[in-house]
Design a protein around this ligand. Structure first.
Ligand code: ATP
Ligand code: MG
Length: 356
């Protein structure tokens, strides 16, 4: 048994009535990692997290923590803590007492409690807030109290179920960076649940993409974004420009449209119906390189969004690609395309991915 795995799920399934919320989940989470479970609503993220925490019993399979089978153990016998989406702070207690709660219950000595609570409040940058009440704090501050309250117990693993979901976008982005920094500082394994792909990409060392109770792909953020293993992953992670066609000899002929040379991929039989995908930021609109796959299309829409401009380009009837350009200092606004113009564009063949 490999004890460096903080969490291992071995063939874990959960059935509610007649349907599986989680189906044959196999996961190895290395100690010290920031690990995310990512997927759309209802795909089984919370159920998976609850099975790691001991709040839900698996129908099949086993849960291991640091190499020990804990499937039959209740939550309080597992060396994990959970931060839920609703922070569930005690409003009649001060911030310091909220953080101290678990330690008091465990009978830790007063001086030790004071020291550790002080340390934690410093870690989450709430040193000056010890005496305040939760309702006098902002959403982001309350979120950090909830985090401190869980971390103060020094669990081996911290489970976080969409802890940032209630925050507005700006605060959310800020907390993403802070949470990642805190995780690095304390070195505790984080298992983080989110349905937000940007959040998962920003924060994680490893991402497990789930769909309908099953794992679609596990890997680094770069793996799942640059090399999606399925059509689902490609479309769930950002914008993908999915097209369908038929594979033959390193080329995919679109159902409606041109033949596109595609990146290397083994074991596709000629004549197979496939999806292909090109990321919007992998398409070039100027300064082409030799060897590019060149196309021609009509600009249907120009969408300016500050740092970037998105063009919707019709490649063939019914096939419209989203193309992203950075509005850098060197890009000239007057060079931007407008609707109706015919343009040339291209991409490196390896950026045209085949998805079986
Ligand atoms: N206690 C329960 N009884 C019956 N079905 C349940 C129960 N808990 C969850 N489910 C079902 O299991 C599936 C997975 O639910 P889960 O809460 O794990 O999804 P999720 O990925 O966390 O979704 P969300 O992003 O919306 O929180 C859903 O179809 C849900 O309806
Ligand atoms: Mg959930």
């Amino acid at each position: 048994m490999d004890a460096t795995h903080a969490v291992r799920l071995d063939g874990v399934s959960k059935r509610f009535a007649d349907s599986y919320a989680v189906h044959d989940l196999n996961l190895d989470i290395e100690a010290g990692r920031f690990f995310s479970l990512l997927g759309p609503s209802g795909c089984g993220k919370t159920t998976s997290l609850r099975m790691i925490g001991g709040f839900t019993d698996p129908t099949e399979g086993s849960v291991l923590l640091a190499g020990e089978d804990v499937t039959a153990l209740p939550p309080d016998k597992r060396n994990v803590n959970t931060v839920f989406q609703s922070y569930a702070l005690f409003d009649h207690l001060s911030i310091a007492d909220n953080v101290a709660f678990g330690l008091k219950r465990k009978g830790v000595q007063k001086a030790e409690i004071r020291r550790r609570v002080g340390e934690m409040l410093e870690l989450v940058q709430l040193d000056g807030f010890a005496a305040r009440r939760p309702r006098t704090l902002s959403g982001g501050q309350r979120q950090r109290v909830a985090l401190a309250r869980a971390l103060v117990n020094r669990p081996a693993v911290l489970l976080l179920d969409e802890p940032l979901a209630a925050l507005d976008l700006k605060l959310r982005r800020q907390m993403q960076v802070e949470l990642k920094q805190i995780q690095r500082e304390v070195g505790i394994t984080f298992v983080f649940v989110t349905h937000d792909q940007d959040e998962a990409l920003t924060m994680s060392d490893r991402i497990c993409v789930m769909n309908e109770g099953r794992v679609e792909q596990c890997g680094t953020p770069e793996d799942v974004y640059e090399h999606p293993a399925s059509r689902f992953v490609a479309s769930f992670m950002g914008t993908s420009n999915l097209m369908t066609g038929t594979y033959r000899d390193g080329t995919v002929t679109l159902d409606q449209g041109p033949a596109l040379p595609v990146g290397p991929r083994t074991a596709i039989a000629d004549g197979t119906a496939v999806s292909v995908s090109v990321r919007p930021e992998k398409v070039w609109l100027s300064d082409f390189e030799p060897g590019m796959s060149m196309q021609r299309g009509v600009i249907r829409e120009t969408v300016y969004s500050g740092p970037t401009t998105t063009y919707l380009i019709e490649l063939a009837p019914g096939v419209t690609l989203s193309v992203l350009e950075q509005n850098t200092a060197r890009a000239r606004m007057e060079d931007r395309w407008s609707g109706g113009e015919t343009v040339e564009f291209g991409w490196r063949p390896e950026h045209c991915l085949v998805l079986a």
